[in-house]
Design a protein around this ligand. Structure first.
Ligand code: SF4
Length: 178
């Protein structure tokens, strides 16, 4: 009980640190990029939320901001960038194009970035206002604190599966020795 309490508190403290030290990889493809820059500028000052450092190497980033229209051709590139990012990681779809494909209804536009990568928070708007972006960021921070980010959930599931397999192996071992 004591150990469980300590590890839970430790996990909460780590989540708190993570939500205020996000390193963003901006995958910017279209006009939403202007609004992304506005959010980072002094008026809206995303630094107040601990997410001011863009990293242009996915290996140094844990928050993927998908900003703008995603075409089918870009899909494999976006997926590769996601896979190269550090764990645990989070993904935000910025603007209606990244969320759903927006008003583009043609063969080459992807109907939402979640066709190739998991998305934690969707920010609507064409483009979204900086206030909406900050609202989405706060929403993401709440998810991180509650351990509800998609990669946090995946990690828990993998751990549970590994524990189950280990327990099963322990049960089978004496039987194999007979
Ligand atoms: S949502 Fe609107 S502003 Fe953003 S990339 Fe699409 S068309 Fe451009």
């Amino acid at each position: 009980m004591g150990l469980e309490f300590t590890t839970t508190k430790m996990a909460d403290a780590i989540a708190w640190a993570r939500k205020f030290s996000l390193f963003t990889y901006p995958f910017v493809t279209a006009c939403c990029g202007m609004e992304y820059m506005s959010t980072a500028g002094p008026k809206y000052d995303v630094a107040r939320f601990g997410a001011e450092f863009p990293r242009f190497s996915p290996r140094q980033a844990d928050l993927l901001f998908i900003v703008g229209t995603i075409t089918e051709k870009m899909g494999p590139v976006l997926s590769r960038i996601y896979q190269q990012m550090a764990e645990p990681k989070w993904v935000v779809a910025f603007g209606v194009c990244a969320c759903t494909g927006g008003f583009y209804q043609n063969y080459n536009t992807m109907p939402g970035a979640d066709q190739v990568v998991p998305v934690d928070v969707y920010i609507p708007g064409c483009p979204p206002r900086p206030e909406q972006v900050l609202d989405g960021l706060i929403m993401l921070q709440e998810r991180i604190q509650k351990h509800e980010g998609h990669s946090q959930v995946r990690y828990r599931e993998e751990q549970a599966l590994a524990n189950k397999q280990e327990a099963l192996a322990q049960i089978r071992l004496p039987a194999a020795g007979k």
